[in-house]
Design a protein around this ligand. Structure first.
Ligand SMILES: Nc1ncnc2c1ncn2[C@@H]1O[C@H](COP(=O)(O)OP(=O)(O)OP(=O)(O)O)[C@@H](O)[C@H]1O
Ligand SMILES: [Mg+2]
Length: 148
């Protein structure tokens, strides 16, 4: 069955450090509600934290859209981080561990990609950036579910 996305469950502003804490809290809550295990909760909160910080620091602020997913076997969470900042000219370079255009460690973007099951960057220089990630419930592989 195809992944069916339900309506957006939340849209949170990202404009301050206080917003970053709210994003972390809401993502943790959503992951708990979806029945994610502790390890998966921690991964998705860590990724969300890094991506939200990029939205604030590099994108000049924006928002996070949170959508719950269900493919008929497992539940998931899709998070989109949207800004209308400068965009990313070289996405491969930005994803390289250790690359930073500022004073960071340059580990946020690549780290978030490794932690999530799905990761896309849609960016246009001068117009902005949207990073979308998905995390899914971990457990018995889908193909084996239901077999005796
Ligand atoms: N939303 C964004 N808009 C514009 N540039 C971005 C955005 N997100 C990331 N970048 C670019 O990608 C680079 C790498 O991002 P990454 O999160 O890996 O490192 P960082 O933010 O510089 O440091 P940190 O390790 O503290 O996160 C950034 O330095 C920045 O140049
Ligand atoms: Mg970063």
């Amino acid at each position: 069955m195809e992944a069916v996305s339900r309506p957006v469950t939340a849209e949170l502003p990202i404009g301050s450090d206080a917003d970053l804490s709210r994003v972390r809290q809401r993502v943790r809550q959503a992951a708990t509600d979806l029945g994610f295990g502790l390890a998966q909760q921690t991964k998705v909160v860590t990724a969300a934290s890094e991506l939200a910080r990029n939205t604030l620091v590099h994108g000049g602020g924006g928002l996070m859209e949170m959508t719950s997913l269900d493919d008929g076997h497992r539940r998931g969470l899709r998070l989109s981080f949207v800004d209308h900042g400068p965009g990313i000219r070289d996405v491969e370079l930005a994803l390289t561990d250790g690359y930073t255009s500022g004073g960071g460690l340059g580990l946020g973007l690549g780290g978030a990609r490794r932690l999530m099951q799905h990761f896309t960057i849609d960016t246009t220089p001068g117009q902005g950036t949207t990073v979308t990630v998905e995390a899914w419930e971990q457990g018995v592989p889908t193909a084996r579910r239901g077999t005796p």
